[in-house]
Structure formats: structure tokens, C-alpha cells
Write a protein that binds this ligand. Structure first.
Ligand code: IVH
Length: 665
């Protein structure tokens, strides 16, 4: 291909890929399968590698993390980024309406929008191309975070018209990204983010854009800074125009002609809020007509034509009775607050992770303290503060033990980790957690062997290592409590079936540090057999795109251990498959990936909307009625007709315990 042909093809591919990206990330309506997108992207990457001079800033290949910066440049906002006045109740909203109608001296129409809880952002386009993105800063001067914002797929690199405009909006981290990020950080012994807003802000303030690229951020646009004169008469018309240019607009905005309608919208979203896949902290109410907006003008700090209604915080007060310690699969010792049961946002909370000792010291949390609890992201309960005035003097300070609560070996901090770890590879708690991980869905997927049964087998000293699982005998299992002929046979069948799993499941199940399901899939697809993997060197691993230095180190270290080689030999003699059986990427994704789930009955640990969120965070969708298209029915207590229908249609029915186990795995 000569340079001219390449130039034309590159332009064509950039245009097509940006269109596909818009359909996928902005409209949520992809028109082509992922494979076609990937194939065109690879073709573009090949062509750009061959003709580097033809790489344009509008190319989708330019999204993923350029070179790290030394510091962020300052950016002046020519139109200041103001904030809004607040309303906290109905009376405040009615007072706002009275002020507005009096000043406007004519009837007004309001636009209500969700107040997205993220980070205020300004995006500048010159001649239709994205050139700069910045934070709000102090409202007059912000920071240039263009390279980080480029990694957000829903930000168009070019827009539909060659205009020069500045648009404003809120960058945020959706719940599923937040949960996945914190889960990974906790496993690695890193500090977890308190809420999606902090996580979004933390991601966009990183000097290395690769971090932001890995964080799955998103954005909604709702405002404008510099706006070339046009004839649009209202905010709602501008919103529609922003969507037509290719920007992502929150679809839930509503036109309200009276303050009563506004109040109804506020009340609707106060209850529906937990069903959104992102965090909102209120409702923004704006006068729609732009001439009226101009007439109303600004106070020193805020526009008079808009107000932010803030939701009351979802907090509760309770007593911290004790602090329990648990040892995870990787040896991290995690303290958990055991609380007097209390209701927050519709469910009962009795436990809250305290994450690590630094956090306990920082907040000065003592046993017996009265604490304020909050659901971070409305999902995970969290201690936010101690009410010191309630102290009686009987509270007891807490220190992490020096020894492992399970095996008594010395605990240590690895490198500069905040987490304390037990380094004993034979620690029973770690072995048990390792076994729970090994049988879990994304790993060897051994049905019938949940956390409880593993615990039972462990207590009965029937298993200690992974290899022991494959040596279990029917007679031994039958002797255990609550184990009948049928359940024992099911367990043995499931163990037998797991022997033919593809290599990546075994690899993930072995629990190598830093190797998640995705990396295990990459490794299995690359090396094909366990033997090849064992013989590979650090350089072989690092040469693979998705494998970083930390992972490579960890794999090499893992396979250099005699105990590991012994275990693999045992497994091999027991006919456990050690070969890659093909591309099962889809099986390696979320637990409920592409599955339709119906929730019915009352659960003990989750409200309906929390359960829905968890299903969605794990790749599934929730519908309200049972049909032949339903994949699983999750039934709590007092499940009625949906339960019966699921039985009639032979649809798998899960109880709350199984749902919990699946999610935890
Ligand atoms: S309008 C003059 N609309 O909330 C300011 N703001 O104090 C106009 N926010 O930091 C802002 N969702 O970034 C507007 N739908 C929405 C919003 C929204 C979130 C943020 C905004 C600002 C704060 C307002």
C-alpha cells in the first residue's frame, strides 16, 4: 500500500471506528459486533505503525495513555466555572421558585437534571476537534488533564460540526467500575477509594494517563463555557444539540412547568436513585429559557437561574461492639467492625470493613465507640466517623496483632503496603481461602462446593491442599453433617467434571498473586500448556502485551517453588487437564455476563435495588417477569408466583446464599 492509499484508508477507519465508538459508548446501541470493531482497530494500528506521520489526534488509537507528565499545566477558564446554590427541602425549592418568577416577571419553565456526583470538567473543541480538557480548579484556573480525558471513550475526539466550543459536564466512575477497582485494590493490599467520586477524581489526577485509561470512567455533558452565537432559544434545545454533536447527555432530564412538577421529579429520584448505575447526589433545576436566564443573571457566586437540590445523606448511627480479623487468600489480614444491627437505605447492616490499621488509627476508632455509618456508593457500608461526645471512657483502643490470628506466625508489611500480611504459606486460613477461591465460579467452578462445605471439609481435616480435593472419598463425605447420598454424589461429579476445565481456569484457581481471570486467560492462550508456562522466563512473560513487570515477577516466583511443582505433579497424576482448550473469553467475564435474572421474594442482606445493582455490576440484567428467556431466578423469602413459574419452566432457582457466594467469588 502506498502512502496515499494508506492515508485514505486511515481516514476511513478513523471515521468508522469513531462512529462505532459513539454508538457503543454514548448511545449504548452498538451496530457491529465487538470482533469487527477489534479487527478494524488492529488494521488501523498496523497502518499507523507503518506510517507514523499519518497518525492524527482524532484517531481512536490515541486514546490509550500517552507518556506520563511531570505536572499538570494550568488552564484559565475564560468563562468562570461557577457552582450552584443549594436547596435541602421542599420549602427551599418553593422559595427558589418565588424568587425566580418574581424576577422574571413572567411564567418560567424549568429543566430538571440529575446531579451527577463526580468531577466538574470543561472540554474545548477547536474546529470540531477535541484539543483540551480541564478540571474546574478554583473556578477561574483549573488543570489541563487532556491526556487523561482522552481515555474516556464517551468523549468524542471530533464532533459532528467543525465548530469551536467549550462544553462542560461531570466525569464520573460508574458503580461497576468502582466495585471492581476497589475489589482489586483490596486484594493487592492497597488503599480503597471511599466512594466513586474520590475514585474518579483520583484517576483523573494521575500524571500517567495509563492509570485513567484502566479505570473505565464516563462523562455526561450538560453545560457550556464558550459558545459561538447561535439561535438556540433554550437550555433544552442546547442539550439536544449537544447530543446531535456526539456528546453523551444524561437521558433523564425533564421539562417541568410548575414547581410542583419539579418537587415530584425530586421525590421520584430520591427513591429511584439506588437503581441508577452511577452515583447522583441531588437534582439540578434550571430555568429553560436563555433570555430569562440572562435576565436573572448571577449573584457573586452562583447563577440565579439554577439551584441544586441535595439529597439527605444515607447515614446511620450505631455502636461498634468488636473488631473481627480475617485472613484472606493472599495472607492480608483485614479488620471488620462488628456493629449493633442498624438500617441504612433499606437494609440491615451489622458489619463494615475497616480495611487496615492505618485507617483505624487515622479515624481513632475504638471498641465500644458510637460511630456514624454510611453506605459508600450506596452499596458498601463504611464507618465514616466516630462520635467522640458519646465516649464514656470505657472504649478500648485497637491494635492489629503481631501474630496471624489463624496460625500465629509473625505478620509483616510487604514493601510499602498498608496491609499486614501473614507470610506463612501453610497458614490454615490462607489455605482455606485459597480452596474457596479454587472452587469458585471463575476458577474451577466446582458446583456444590461453596464456602460452607469447604469450611466443613477443612474442619473435618479432609482437605488441606488443592490436591486433597481430588482425593476425597464418598465414605468420608457421607460421614459429614447434612450430607446425603445425593449431595455427596453431586459434589463428586462436579469435582470429576472440573478435571476437564481449560488451562486458564486452573491457572486462575491456583491464586497466583496479581494474576486475575483475564491475565490467566491471556497466559493460557499464549502458552497453551502448563509445562510451557513452567519453563517460560521473565522475558517471555514481559513480552506479552497485557503482562506487566509485577505480574511477570509473581508468575516466575510462583513456578520456582518446589511445593507448586509438586502440587502440579499431583494434579496431573489425578488427570486434571493442563492444556488450553480454546478461546473462552466470554466465560471469563463477569459471573452474570449476558444473563437475564429475575429477583423475587425478600432477601436478608440486600434490598431489591442493591441486589439489582450487584447483578448489573456483574454483567447481568434484571427483568421483572419470568419467561423462557430468563436464565436464573434468585429467590428470597416468601417468593410466590415467580418461583412457581420458574419451576414450571425449569429455570435454575438460586437462594440468597448461592447468590452471595457467586458474587463474593
Ligand atoms: S449545572 C453554573 N448540571 O454540580 C454551574 N451541574 O455546583 C452550572 N453537576 O460542580 C452547573 N450534575 O459540575 C449542572 N446536571 C448538572 C450537574 C451539575 C453535576 C455539578 C457541577 C458543579 C456542581 C454544581
Amino acid at each position: 500500500m502506498d502512502k496515499l492509499e494508506a492515508k485514505n484508508r486511515i481516514a476511513e477507519l478513523v471515521q468508522l471506528l469513531n462512529k462505532y465508538g459513539h454508538e457503543y459508548y454514548v448511545l449504548d446501541q452498538p451496530s457491529v459486533p465487538d470482533a469487527e470493531y477489534d479487527q478494524k482497530m488492529q488494521e488501523l494500528q498496523r497502518l499507523e505503525a507503518k506510517f507514523p506521520a499519518l497518525v492524527s489526534t482524532a484517531s481512536p488509537t490515541q486514546r490509550v495513555g500517552g507518556e506520563p507528565l511531570d505536572k499538570f499545566q494550568k488552564v484559565e477558564h475564560h468563562v468562570p466555572m461557577l457552582s450552584l446554590g443549594n436547596a435541602f427541602n421542599e420549602a427551599d425549592l418553593r422559595a427558589f421558585d418565588r424568587r425566580v418568577t418574581q424576577l422574571a416577571a413572567e411564567p418560567v419553565v424549568y429543566i430538571c437534571e440529575l446531579k451527577i456526583d463526580g468531577l466538574a470538567i470543561a472540554l474545548t473543541y477547536e474546529n470540531g476537534t477535541f484539543v483540551r480538557g480541564s478540571t474546574r480548579g478554583d473556578g477561574r484556573v483549573g488543570e489541563d488533564i487532556t491526556s487523561n480525558l482522552r481515555t474516556i471513550r464517551s468523549i468524542p475526539l471530533t464532533i459532528q460540526e467543525k465548530r469551536s466550543i467549550e462544553v462542560r459536564g461531570e466525569a464520573f466512575m460508574p458503580h461497576h467500575s468502582f466495585l471492581a477497582l476497589n475489589k482489586g485494590r483490596e486484594e493487592k493490599g492497597e488503599m480503597v477509594f471511599a466512594n466513586p467520586r474520590n475514585a474518579a477524581a483520583g484517576s483523573l489526577r494521575q500524571l500517567d494517563p495509563k492509570v485513567a485509561a484502566s479505570r473505565n470512567l464516563d462523562i455526561f455533558l450538560f453545560g457550556y463555557g464558550k459558545w459561538e452565537a447561535d439561535s438556540l432559544p433554550s437550555h433544552s434545545e442546547r442539550l439536544k444539540y449537544l447530543a446531535a454533536l456526539g456528546f453523551k447527555i444524561n437521558p433523564e432530564w425533564k421539562r417541568c412547568t410548575t414547581i410542583d412538577e419539579v418537587i415530584e421529579y425530586v421525590s421520584y429520584w430520591s427513591t429511584e436513585r439506588p437503581n441508577l448505575s452511577y452515583e447522583i447526589d441531588g437534582i439540578v433545576i434550571k430555568v429553560d429559557d436563555l433570555q430569562q436566564q440572562e435576565k436573572l443573571g448571577f449573584t457573586a457566586k452562583n447563577p440565579r437561574w439554577a439551584i441544586a437540590y441535595k439529597f439527605p445523606a444515607t447515614e446511620a448511627v450505631t455502636k461498634l461492639r468488636t473488631i473481627e480479623l480475617s485472613v484472606g487468600r493472599t495472607g492480608v489480614v483485614t479488620p471488620t467492625a462488628i456493629l449493633d444491627p442498624v438500617q441504612i437505605a433499606g437494609s440491615t447492616v451489622q458489619r463494615a470493613s475497616l480495611h487496615n490499621e492505618d485507617l483505624i488509627k487515622e479515624m481513632d476508632i475504638r471498641i465500644g465507640d458510637t460511630v456514624v455509618l454510611k453506605k459508600a456508593g450506596d452499596i458498601i457500608p463504611k464507618v465514616v466517623r466516630v462520635i467522640e461526645e458519646k465516649r464514656t471512657g470505657d472504649e478500648v483502643e485497637f491494635s492489629m496483632p503481631k501474630q496471624c490470628p489463624s496460625c500465629n506466625s509473625e505478620l509483616a508489611h510487604l514493601e510499602d503496603e498498608v496491609a499486614l500480611r501473614c507470610l506463612n504459606p501453610n497458614c490454615p486460613a490462607q489455605l482455606k481461602e485459597g480452596l474457596i477461591h479454587f472452587v469458585s465460579r471463575d476458577a474451577m467452578n466446582i458446583d456444590g462446593l461453596g464456602e460452607k462445605v469447604i469450611e466443613q471439609l477443612f474442619q473435618a481435616k479432609l482437605i488441606k491442599t488443592i490436591a486433597d480435593l481430588y482425593r476425597l472419598k464418598k465414605e468420608e463425605l457421607l460421614k459429614l453433617d447434612r450430607m446425603g447420598e445425593k449431595s455427596v454424589q453431586n459434589i463428586l461429579n462436579a469435582i470429576e467434571a472440573s478435571k476437564s476445565n481449560s488451562l486458564e481456569k486452573l491457572l486462575f484457581g491456583l491464586g497466583i498473586r496479581h494474576i486475575g481471570a483475564k491475565a490467566a486467560q491471556t497466559l493460557a492462550a499464549h502458552f497453551h500448556t502448563m509445562d510451557e508456562l513452567c519453563e517460560a522466563t521473565y522475558e517471555d512473560f514481559i513480552a506479552i502485551d497485557e503482562i506487566g513487570e509485577k505480574m511477570a515477577d509473581s508468575i516466575v516466583q510462583f513456578f520456582s517453588e518446589e511445593k507448586v511443582i509438586e502440587l502440579l505433579q499431583h494434579l496431573s497424576t489425578m488427570d486434571v487437564n493442563m492444556t488450553y482448550l480454546g478461546p473462552t473469553q466470554s466465560q471469563m467475564t463477569a459471573i452474570f455476563s449476558n444473563q437475564t435474572i429475575v429477583l423475587t421474594g425478600k432477601m436478608e442482606s440486600f434490598t431489591r435495588s442493591e441486589a439489582k445493582k450487584l447483578v448489573e455490576a456483574n454483567g447481568g440484567s434484571v427483568t421483572s417477569s419470568v419467561s423462557k428467556n430468563t436464565d436464573i431466578v434468585i429467590a428470597g423469602e416468601a417468593a410466590g408466583s415467580k418461583y412457581k413459574k420458574a419451576q414450571e419452566l425449569n429455570i435454575p432457582i438460586w437462594d440468597e446464599q448461592k447468590f452471595k457466594e457467586a458474587i463474593e467469588s
